[in-house]
Design a protein around this ligand. Structure first.
Ligand code: MG
Length: 401
């Protein structure tokens, strides 16, 4: 299988660093696999299917499930500019679990602000020992074990969770939305992200976004109103706004939200810093638009303190440790009468399609992470007339390219 068509010197360095910093046990394993010398002595290139396939690092396992993984650097189509950061690549690790002729795929995507890296994910995965489990259907047991290996490491945990779901769905011959009993007609529209940028680039992105019925606009800098006015000069499609914690004043935030409501905005995501809980609750009480939490939470227990602070949550598999906990988060949020959005990081179609399996349960989707990269290495969900359209393939529904 071909994973992407190019890599960079940066990618080479990342892999070399990853290999160099592995612990001794891991070095012995790599040496045993004959991969260490190869990785250290030759530039790492993703230029052909055969060479990438050679780079999968397999866990030595006496069990039936065999885990392997490989670093992969996602190339962004445009620089990703947020209120507090900017970048052109995202580090990623692709994972697969093989069992009795079936292969499940997963992925860890690591936007730097979440604190994980290719190095930390490879370290985590090198500790995983699936040989103690003979039955991959023991999902609760296996994921509890994965969670117990180390704290945090949410993206690394998600990569195993996604690969296991893919594997189990393939063994059962059904996609997960069917296993969960969901109606694929109920998938929501997905938004397309317009980052913070110059007026010219904003115009270009709005042009690119023409198949989408909802635009997600990144805000939180001085030119917020100008960005919306540029978009409104081109289209009257509904927008949602993601401030990424960019507004420090609750009064300014409230004024902006009233202004945004007049400009066709549906909701506002993470308007204020996550630590400003009382201010966010103040804002929510007065806001004419729903306030959605993103950076303010990661996992299931975090949601219990959101009642009265946020109207809804933006779940992402790289925060929730995967599909299993994300499903539980949706259930809990509904019990708390909260709105639910499912989002993603910049990811390949692997993790985005896995998240899409849950999308019939949510109010809004922001599943465009695969469209923001130029080296997607999976085929999966499709966006048809702006709506998430689930593939009928078993598991998470992806095919390696
Ligand atoms: Mg967000």
């Amino acid at each position: 299988m071909a994973f992407g068509r190019s890599t960079t010197t940066h990618g080479t360095t990342l892999l070399a660093n990853t290999i160099l910093t592995l612990d001794m046990k891991r070095r012995q394993f790599i040496t045993a696999m004959g991969l260490g010398a190869l990785a250290l002595a030759t530039p790492f290139s993703l230029s052909s299917a055969e060479r990438l396939t050679d780079k999968w690092l397999s866990q030595p396992s006496s069990g039936k499930m065999r885990l392997s993984f490989t670093p992969y650097e996602l190339q962004l189509r445009h620089a990703f500019n947020l209120a507090k950061s900017s970048r052109t690549t995202t580090p990623d690790v692709l994972v697969r679990i093989e069992y009795e002729g079936f292969t499940g795929y997963g992925e860890a995507s690591m936007p730097p602000y979440l604190g994980e890296s290719i190095d930390s994910v490879c370290r985590f995965l090198s500790k995983v020992d699936l040989s103690q489990f003979s039955d991959p259907f023991r999902l609760e047991d296996i994921l509890a074990y994965i969670d117990s290996i180390d704290k945090d490491n949410r993206a690394a945990k998600a990569s195993i969770d996604i690969a296991l779901h893919d594997l189990l769905g393939k063994i059962m011959g059904q996609p997960w939305y069917k296993i969960w009993g969901l109606n694929p007609e109920r998938t929501p529209l997905t938004s397309f992200t317009i980052g913070i940028d110059t007026e010219e680039v904003v115009r270009q992105k709005v042009e690119e976004a023409h198949p989408y019925k909802v635009l997600k606009v990144k805000m939180g800098l001085d030119n917020d109103r100008a960005t919306i006015e540029t978009i409104r000069s081109m289209t009257d499609r509904p927008i949602c706004v993601d401030v990424n914690q960019g507004w420090d004043s609750k009064e300014h935030a409230l004024e902006m939200i009233h202004w945004l409501k007049e400009h066709g905005c549906l909701f506002v995501e993470q308007p204020m810093p996550k630590e400003m809980i009382d201010e966010t609750a103040w804002l929510r009480e007065r806001s004419p638009l729903p306030i959605i939490a993103d950076e303010a939470f990661q996992r299931l227990p975090d949601i219990t303190r959101f009642k009265g602070v946020y109207d809804g949550i933006n779940i992402k598999l790289m925060k929730s440790t995967g599909m299993h906990e994300a499903y539980k988060m949706i259930t809990l949020a509904r019990a708390l009468d909260m709105k639910v959005m499912i989002g993603c990081m910049t990811e390949t179609s692997c993790a985005v399609t896995a998240a899409a399996q849950l999308s019939p349960l949510v109010d809004w989707a922001d599943l465009d992470g695969n469209l923001l990269i130029s080296n997607d290495c999976f085929d999966g969900l499709k966006i048809v007339e702006g709506k998430v359209t689930l593939p009928d393939a078993p598991g998470i529904g992806v095919t390696p390219l």
